[in-house]
Design a protein around this ligand. Structure first.
Ligand code: AFP
Length: 337
């Protein structure tokens, strides 16, 4: 990974991707800037914590069957309000909403579809642990001006941009437009995201894994086998000790993996088999897989690349294995055995 010394703002980075490299169109640049602006607003709300009266539940249940936090609802509203009027979107889908949000008729429409998890890891909010916003951008099918849920069902390889913002000790936006993965840290005094890590590379090997071990008794054989081998450490078949971390906030776990390597797993298990997994394909797995692959890592569902899965439903759930390439390849090979 290249540490950046000369300050380059997100705006300048995007303009260069558009003007000099021709990687993105002006509308996509604007879209990403608007999402980044919304993330700044969300960061401000999160920072207020108890003083802002934003902690706790609203009492409603979302489409995922989860109790909504005040900040889940607020973050969703911030992202919708920021993105609906710019003219670059055809529709929006959110993990917090049953159906896609159509762009109101009073605003112009564009060619992109925006998909987001407004506040991932929100069970961590009340205990002041890192949470994040995850987003993915697709193109609306040719000629479609009123996108329906099925218009969003495109494999992750079709994403034209993906990113997340982690609200931690500092607020960091991680972005890919298919030209590497880059990190931008929020400079609160300037009010802008500044490029701080360019071309992030995930080490191919690692001695760190992330999984919710409390689900161990529900796992399937390949995952049990893989984790048993890691836990056996130096005396086992892997011949080295492994460390474990689990924040229970995918953005924070993936951010650690982008920073120092590791393998993140949320397999399908007996508890979530009927749903297909725990994590959502469109809102979590696909954008993270794009980001991780662009940083030289791997991302599978235990069988195939996540990015190659054909989504069957907007809120579909999938097993996820991502991070350091060689470990992802190994655990995937155990599923084939
Ligand atoms: P919440 O947004 O409901 O907190 O879920 C977070 C999440 O989708 C993902 O960010 C975590 O990796 C995973 O779920 C944690 O799941 P467990 O609570 O089962 O460990």
């Amino acid at each position: 990974m290249t540490r950046v010394h000369k300050p380059i703002s997100l705006t300048r980075y995007l303009i260069e991707e558009q003007r000099e490299k021709g990687v993105i169109k002006p509308d996509l640049r604007l879209l990403i800037e608007v999402v980044a602006r919304a993330c700044k607003t969300i960061a401000t709300q999160i920072n207020k914590g108890d003083l802002g009266g934003v902690l706790g539940n609203v009492g409603s249940i979302n489409v995922q069957g989860e109790v909504q936090k005040k900040l889940d609802v607020l973050s969703n509203e911030i992202l919708l309000e920021a993105n609906e009027w710019g003219g670059h979107l055809a529709a929006i889908a959110s993990e917090e909403m049953d159906d896609p949000y159509p762009i109101p008729h009073r605003y112009p429409k564009g060619e992109y579809l925006l998909v987001f998890d407004p506040l991932d890891g929100s069970s961590n909010i009340d205990v002041n642990v890192s949470v994040g916003t995850i987003f993915s951008v697709l193109k609306a099918p040719e000629g479609v001006t009123e996108p329906k849920p099925e218009d969003f069902l495109q494999p992750g390889t079709k994403q034209v941009a993906a990113g997340y913002t982690v609200y931690g000790p500092s607020t960091v936006l991680v972005l890919t437009v298919g030209d590497g993965t880059h990190m931008f840290t929020l400079d609160r005094e300037q009010g802008s995201f500044v490029l701080t890590e360019m071309n992030v590379r995930i080490p191919e090997d690692t001695a760190e894994f992330a999984i919710n071990m409390s689900n161990m008794r529900h796992w399937e054989v390949p995952v049990k086998r893989y984790i048993d081998e890691l836990l056996a450490g130096k005396t086992g078949p892997r011949g080295k000790d492994f460390n474990m971390r689990w924040v229970a906030s995918m953005v924070a776990d993936v951010h650690r993996i982008l920073t120092r390597g590791g393998v993140f797993m949320y397999p399908v298990d007996a508890k979530c088999r009927d749903k297909g997994g725990r994590l959502r394909l469109m809102y979590e797995a696909n954008p993270m897989a794009f980001i991780v692959e662009q940083a030289g890592g791997g991302a599978t569902d235990g069988h195939i690349r996540i990015l190659e899965r054909q989504p069957l439903a907007l809120h579909e759930r999938v097993p996820v294995f991502l991070g350091s390439k060689n470990e992802v390849a190994l655990v995937t090979s155990y599923h084939r055995d």
